[in-house]
Every structure is written in structure tokens, then in C-alpha cells.
Design a protein around this ligand. Structure first.
Ligand code: ADP
Ligand code: MG
Length: 308
């Protein structure tokens, strides 16, 4: 009996030390991108499975490329009964569009399609096609949905026994919880000019870190470079002097939409926008290789200018 007691006590102590801590490390393909979920804590495997289902469901609902999705139906003018959550997402998308003066525009689907960014059949459209596509105002939440997915995942994990985790959702990183030793999460930002890391961002607790870069989907035609982040004013790829923008924010959807919007705005207007906001930090990388980080970013591994 005494021996059994000692064995149980040893197990309890070891589990407290993390020896028996449950872990999950799951890779899958969703939202046209590679995703990875790493979780630690009670029920990690089950929670990772639930998150994979959540990502697939979000894709089914929100993919603008799918005619049967919610956005597919809205885009052909069908009457759709929206859930409270769906209405809230659409309202937030429109609020983010207003907040960014239209630089984040959740209705760019037809324009993206005109450039062939949807089916990777790249082409430079005629001006008349761009004008017609801009006028269509079709929903596309591709610039905000992975961020929303990260924030929804973090809210779900709050209700589980999982202590901490890190989700990689195709250029979007969502952290959840604190590491046991109190050290920050270390997140590499991709070097727009290569496969290596440009620098490392440290964040504490639950955060969303999202990068939008012109290198993510692009093509060359007639010696010109074209990429998938479009300026809603012109319908052309944003020519803002930036190659990537990373945003760090508590809300994933906001982080994602702002990374796209700041890319469209460019460094100068993006910095002004940051100065008039209090809910995010950002790292801007310019075409000439300059790196600029707002004052609240903990960035290491590269030299950069701090924006106050
Ligand atoms: P990614 O989804 O590749 O990580 P973004 O979050 O920046 O990159 O989103 C870019 C996608 O969003 C494009 O592929 C297009 O579908 C759509 N999009 C392009 N320009 C804009 C814009 N100005 N505002 C909102 N969505 C946009
Ligand atoms: Mg985005």
C-alpha cells in the first residue's frame, strides 16, 4: 500500500514537472495553406483535432472561391440567414475597412480574380476589366480569415485543459498562454528576399502575429512584378514601397486585416495610422531592405529603426 502511495505521489510530482504533460503536434492543409498546431496540456490531442475541424468549417463557410459557401451565396445576391457569429464577422470586416480608410477592403474578390490570383492563372487584366471588377464589390475575406481562425482557436482553448500552444496558419501565428518558464514565444519573420528568417519577434501570452508580403503570391509579366495585395483605389497591386508588414495584436482578425491594410498604405501613412491607434504593433520591411519596428515590438536578430 505504501509502495502504491509512493508511486502515485511520484506520478503526481512528475506530471507537475511536465514529464507526463500531454502534447499534440498536428500538420494539415486548410484554407489553401499549410497549418500546424502545437498544444501542451490536458486533452491536447483532442483539442488539436477539434481545432482542425474548426479550421475546415471556417473554410467551408468563408471561402469566397466556393460558390456554395456563405460568401459564395452572398456574392450572387442570394438571401442568406446569418448566424450571430457570421453577422459579427461581416460587421467587423466592414468596420476594419472604415477604420483603414478602405485600404483593407473585404470586397475585392472580382479584382483578385481578374488578375488570376484565385486560380493561379496569372494575367495582367485590361483597365476596363479592372474597373468592372471593382464595381462588382464581391466579398472576399482572404485577408482576414486566417487571423479570425487564430483568434477563434485561442478562445476555444480557453475552455479546454490546454495550457499553452502555438498555431501556424500560413503566415499567421497565433500563440496561446504562457510558457511554464515565463520566457516569451519566439516567432521568426520570413525574410522577403530568401527562405531564412529576417528576425525574431518575442511575444508574451496570447497574441496574433501576422505577416502580409508581396512575395507570397506574385508573378512577372513584361518585366513587371505583380503581387496579390491590391490597392482598392486602383485595383492594381499596391505599389507602396513595402515588401512585407507584420502586425502583432491581441485580436487575430484585426492583425490580419491591418497587415494587409498597412501594406497598401505604405510606411509613412502606416506609421501615422499606428500613432493614432493603441491596439497593435508593426514591423515594416521596405523594398530597399529597410526594417522599421514600432516602439512596442521586441525584435532581435536584425538591425532596424525604431518608430516612436
Ligand atoms: P495572405 O492571405 O496571402 O496571407 P493577406 O492577408 O495580405 O495575405 O491577404 C491577401 C488576400 O486578400 C488576397 O489574396 C486577396 O484575396 C485579398 N486582398 C487583396 N488585396 C486586398 C485588400 N486591399 N483588402 C482586403 N483584401 C485584399
Ligand atoms: Mg491579411
Amino acid at each position: 500500500m505504501k509502495r502504491l502511495f509512493c508511486a502515485v505521489l511520484a506520478c503526481l510530482l512528475l506530471s507537475g514537472c511536465g514529464w507526463f504533460e500531454q502534447k499534440a503536434d498536428v500538420d494539415f492543409w486548410c484554407m489553401d495553406t499549410f497549418m500546424n498546431v502545437k498544444l501542451w496540456g490536458s486533452g491536447a490531442e483532442k483539442a488539436a483535432g477539434e481545432l482542425q475541424t474548426m479550421m475546415n468549417d471556417l473554410h467551408t463557410t468563408w471561402s469566397a472561391a466556393n460558390e456554395q459557401s456563405l460568401l459564395g451565396k452572398l456574392n450572387v445576391g442570394m438571401e442568406v440567414a446569418l448566424t450571430d457569429e457570421q453577422q459579427a464577422v461581416l460587421d467587423r470586416a466592414q468596420a476594419l475597412s472604415r477604420r483603414t480608410g478602405g485600404a483593407f477592403d473585404p470586397k475585392m474578390r472580382a479584382v483578385s480574380r481578374a488578375w488570376g490570383f484565385y486560380n493561379l492563372a496569372y494575367r495582367v487584366p485590361e483597365q476596363a476589366d479592372i474597373d468592372a471588377a471593382l464595381a462588382l464589390e464581391q466579398w472576399d475575406l482572404g485577408a482576414a480569415m486566417k487571423g479570425y481562425a487564430g483568434e477563434k482557436a485561442a478562445a476555444y482553448l480557453e475552455q479546454t485543459g490546454v495550457d499553452r500552444g502555438i498555431l501556424s496558419l500560413g503566415g499567421n501565428i497565433q500563440t496561446y498562454g504562457e510558457k511554464p518558464d515565463g520566457t516569451p514565444w519566439q516567432i521568426a519573420i520570413q525574410n522577403p528576399y530568401g527562405e531564412d528568417a529576417l528576425g525574431i519577434i518575442s511575444v508574451q501570452g496570447t497574441k496574433s502575429v501576422v505577416t502580409s508580403g508581396s512575395y507570397q503570391r506574385c508573378f512577372e509579366a513584361n518585366g513587371q512584378f505583380y503581387h496579390h495585395i491590391l490597392d482598392p483605389e486602383t485595383g492594381y497591386p499596391a505599389d507602396s514601397g513595402l515588401v512585407s508588414v507584420t502586425v502583432i495584436c491581441d485580436e487575430g482578425m484585426t492583425a490580419d486585416a491591418l497587415s494587409t491594410a498597412l501594406f497598401v498604405m505604405g510606411l509613412e501613412d502606416g506609421v501615422e495610422f499606428w500613432r493614432s491607434s493603441d491596439d497593435f504593433e508593426a514591423v515594416f520591411v521596405t523594398e530597399d531592405g529597410g526594417i522599421y519596428a514600432t516602439a512596442g515590438v521586441a525584435l532581435s536578430g536584425c538591425s532596424y529603426e525604431v518608430i516612436q
